[in-house]
Design a protein around this ligand. Structure first.
Ligand code: CS2
Length: 496
């Protein structure tokens, strides 16, 4: 039996559930309705409506597959958020999502939802690649097939910039204010970059419209943080066995949650500060901390941990040398942070150790390894560049980058093939094929991929040498032994 609105009363006691009126207006359209939105922003909007605020129901949209619509629509948008940590397991039914649209099936319906007078906010979790930005420069890739298609047929948009611009144009025609576009993805300056992408697309289409967006529309940046592993079939079966209903849309997550939002809205704004969201004028410092400390070490664990044969983050954290490795990543990143007042790096790091060690989450390393070409620049390369600029070596970061290079081969240390899930997988595979077996040639070939590495890093003999050493070590001894042995050289100040 599926979870549904008319079955809520029959749920076992002790499970929190929505008590507010779910027929109230939709104020938010969310693009990219994955598990992360369900475990993070939707939980905040649920709390807001539980506290008596009205008009913040969410219309979700999937930009590609109908899978999430098939999970949520038969359940009237309801799902379980299951928190798993050292305190045990807590479950809550979230009611903030009204329904889910599938953009490719009916882009006009999605544009109409964003253009509706009740919609004040469009939130985004479309992953790094969904913005169609060059990962290095942050500029919209006007030559990307999705953008070209949307510019040719702007009435049936499929890309994020195309959808946003179509909806903003419809609002302008209707004399409505623009909605606020709130990016919730792990990219630096996510608000500015989303704005740039939207303006670049609008300029190519209609410069007047671009001018209106430029002066009227808000694109706040935000930093989001909550670890949300992909739900597995076993998670759904276990929930059904213990609760007696089937919830195909459930999400599992940790107790920790953080959302820092720049206070810049073009229309009415939800009082997010009343549900624990930090409203601020400057998100950049928080974004940098999160991307370089949490995400930087996450990606490090993903490539080295998966190569060493581990499946989950907590397993890698328990293996010899990994704790020292993530601490070395943090030691390297910390001096590059411009920490906001009150930020306690030691406490933040200690909390990360606990969060990564949480065995109940079963967070898959392969999930984090995905889309590395889009993640490396802000998670690891930005730190590397900042350190190079002041003459500091970065052995831990170089080992992590070399592990990403090793991961792109698509063959594990036992010779088994796996799927490299990355939009640039074809380019990295071709580069490695051309380079042959020599690690120095492999490093050169991959460093030449400008969207990831820019032009500067391939010209640095110290970086090339450090990456070549690290990759040679990984190919020769394997990841587990490299990590267990520790870094060849401790980080030295002024160690160029
Ligand atoms: C992870 C993030 O998959 C990944 O790349 O590093 O999703 C991470 O779990 C979140 O950013 C935590 O807030």
């Amino acid at each position: 039996m599926r979870l549904q609105a008319d079955r809520i009363a029959d749920l076992p006691t002790g499970i929190a559930r929505p008590t507010y009126d779910r027929s109230q207006p939709v104020g938010i359209v969310h693009l990219g309705l994955g598990a992360f939105h369900r475990a993070h922003q939707a939980v905040c909007f649920d709390a807001l409506m539980a506290a008596g605020e009205t008009g913040w129901m969410i219309c979700g949209a999937s930009l590609r597959s109908p899978r999430v619509a098939g999970q949520l629509n038969p359940q009237d948008g309801l799902y379980t958020c299951q928190i798993r940590d050292a305190d045990g397991e807590r479950r809550q039914i979230i009611g903030a999502i009204r329904d889910v649209l599938v953009a490719p099936d009916d882009p006009a319906a999605l544009v109409a939802a964003m253009a509706h007078p009740d919609t004040a906010l469009v939130t985004l979790t479309v992953t790094e690649k969904g913005y169609l930005l060059d990962p290095q420069s942050g500029a919209l890739m006007l030559e990307a097939p999705e953008i070209r298609a949307d510019l040719a047929d702007s009435a049936r948009p499929c890309s994020v910039p195309g959808l946003l611009v179509a909806a903003l144009a419809a609002r302008r025609m209707a004399g409505l204010p623009p909605f606020t576009t709130l990016s919730c993805d792990n990219i630096p300056d996510n608000g500015r970059r989303t704005r740039q992408a939207v303006l670049a697309f609008a300029h190519a289409l209609d410069p007047d419209l671009a001018g209106w967006i430029e002066t009227e529309a808000a694109f706040p940046s935000s930093m989001v943080d909550r670890i949300v592993p992909a739900t597995t079939a076993a998670d759904i079966d276990a929930l059904e066995a213990s609760l007696g209903y089937r919830d195909e849309a459930m999400v599992k997550t940790e107790g920790f949650t953080q959302w820092v939002v720049e206070d810049w809205f073009s229309d009415r704004r939800p009082p997010l500060e009343t549900v624990g969201v930090e409203m601020t004028d400057d998100v950049a410092a928080w974004e940098r901390i999160k991307l370089r400390l949490l995400n930087g070490s996450h990606s490090t664990l993903a490539y080295l941990g998966a190569l060493a044969g581990h499946r989950f983050v907590h397993e890698a954290m328990a293996a010899p040398g990994f704790d020292a490795l993530v601490n070395a990543i943090w030691d390297e990143a910390q001096p590059t942070l411009d920490a906001p007042a009150g930020f306690d790096a030691a406490a933040y790091r200690a909390a990360l150790v606990q969060r990564f060690a949480n065995p109940a989450l079963e967070h898959s390393l392969v999930q984090i390894a995905m889309d590395g070409s889009q993640k490396l620049p802000q998670r690891l390369l930005a730190t590397l560049r900042d350190r190079l600029a002041v003459g500091l070596a970065s052995p831990a970061i170089c080992l992590a980058i070399a592990a990403w290079m090793r991961w792109q081969t698509g063959v594990d240390e036992q010779g088994r093939a796996y799927d490299v899930d990355d939009p640039l997988a074809d380019r990295t595979r071709d580069a490695l094929a051309r380079a042959g077996a020599d690690p120095a040639a492999q490093v050169q070939a991959l460093l030449a991929i400008e969207p990831v590495f820019g032009r500067d890093l391939a010209r640095r003999p110290d970086v090339v040498a450090a990456l070549t050493d690290a990759l040679a070590g990984l190919l020769d001894r394997g990841a587990a032994r490299c990590v267990a042995a520790g870094l060849a050289r401790p980080v030295q100040p002024a160690d160029a």
